[in-house]
Design a protein around this ligand. Structure first.
Ligand code: ADP
Ligand code: MG
Length: 356
């Protein structure tokens, strides 16, 4: 029917608002994993364990050893737009945490059965909050937080129907953790599926008190983590990237041309520790390979861009996978030069070897 009787304008109920918001942010189990691991990292955790059942559809549990949530704040944590991470626009503009929208737990809870078990350093016991009933009761746990998400999308069967097989959903969940693991080598990760250990990446030690240069320690830890997660091949077939110009620093590894693949599945880009899909960075990295890679070969790399937080807007996409740079050209040039310089070293060595 082309015309419908006019209906009154009404404010949506809270639950429905959250479900609509969830549609944007929580498209599949891996999105829940991404949000919960973000939270665990923001809480200063050094070890994070993910447990899944049925590719995450039946259960996603994220267990951390972070600061925990005080008992009286547990119900607030599940509210929409409730966050401990920013209090003002100024803080948003220089935000250093993964989260700041205060939406994830509310969105997840609106499309699942969610519970939060948490204990801070000065609590005698942990408290368990059942999201559905709002019931709060004492429970056992060491310091930290466990968030459990059960029966994802049970109330939104349309969304549930779009889910792929358990193994495909599991692969996406693992990928979500991998993206975090590649930027936080000092944090240990373990992933379990159906009671079996699927992945384990040990925490790499970075010791501020050791007297050794912190940047060097971080680079070494990062190299070990890259090898753990992506394989020794990745490390052997790539060169170190170290570049600084003006406002931008770029570190990481760039693959030698021979290591290029047919798919762009080994291209990781980070901005201030956050995994991003960014056209400026992707284009700049690709252009650094212009003369050495032909056709559709895809270079491999893990690039970490550090930039003054006021020069990048991270609040342009609900999942924060996209960012906007104040000066895209500055970032493009830095990334391109960073990779070109890194690649120039092995090429120079090769020319030397040929000349000998
Ligand atoms: P955001 O991360 O944007 O603040 P969330 O909905 O993801 O919003 O989380 C709401 C709040 O709950 C956080 O600001 C934080 O204070 C608290 N929180 C959530 N997860 C954890 C966790 N694993 N450890 C400690 N605090 C947490
Ligand atoms: Mg969050």
């Amino acid at each position: 029917p082309a015309t419908q009787p006019p209906r009154a304008i009404r404010e949506l109920p809270d639950e429905l608002i959250s479900q609509i918001a969830a549609g944007e942010v929580i498209e599949r189990p891996a999105a829940v994993v991404r949000e919960l691991v973000d939270n665990a990292l923001d809480a200063g955790s050094t070890h994070i364990t993910l447990r899944l059942l049925a590719g995450g559809v039946r259960l996603i549990s994220v267990e951390d050893n972070g600061v925990g949530i005080p008992a009286h704040e547990l119900p607030v944590a599940l509210k929409r737009h409730a966050t401990s991470k920013i209090t003002s626009l100024t803080e948003l503009e220089s935000v250093g945490t993964m989260g700041f929208r205060g939406e994830a737990l509310a969105a997840i809870q609106s499309v699942s059965e969610l519970s939060v078990l948490s204990r801070t350093a000065n609590q005698d016991s942990a408290m368990l909050l059942d999201g559905r009933s709002g019931e709060l009761q004492p429970a056992a746990r060491a310091q930290g937080t466990t968030v459990e998400v059960k029966e994802l999308f049970y109330s939104t069967p349309a969304r549930r129907k779009f889910l792929k097989t358990d193994n495909t959903e599991l692969a996406h969940c693992v990928e979500a953790v991998r993206r975090h693991a590649l930027t936080r080598p000092e944090v240990g990760f373990a992933i379990w599926h159906e009671g079996k250990l699927v992945e384990q990446w040990r925490a790499q030690t970075i010791d501020a008190a050791s007297g050794e240069d912190l940047n060097k320690q971080h680079q070494a830890a990062l190299d070990r983590r890259l090898a753990d997660v992506l394989g020794d091949d990745f490390l052997e077939n790539s060169v170190a990237v170290h570049y600084q110009s003006g406002n931008v620093t770029v570190v990481g590894r760039a693959g030698i041309p021979d290591a290029a693949r047919s798919r762009a599945d080994h291209q990781f880009a980070y901005v201030n520790g956050r995994y991003v899909r960014d056209k400026v960075i992707t284009h700049a990295a690709r252009s650094a390979y212009e003369d050495v890679l032909h056709g559709h070969r895809q270079p491999i790399y893990a690039l970490y861009v550090e930039i003054d937080p006021t020069r990048v807007d991270v609040n342009v996409h609900p999942t924060k996978i996209e960012v906007r740079f104040r000066d895209g050209r500055e970032v493009h040039q830095a990334v391109r030069h960073a990779v070109e310089n890194a690649l120039a070293v092995p090429r120079a060595n090769m020319l030397m070897a040929n000349a000998l």
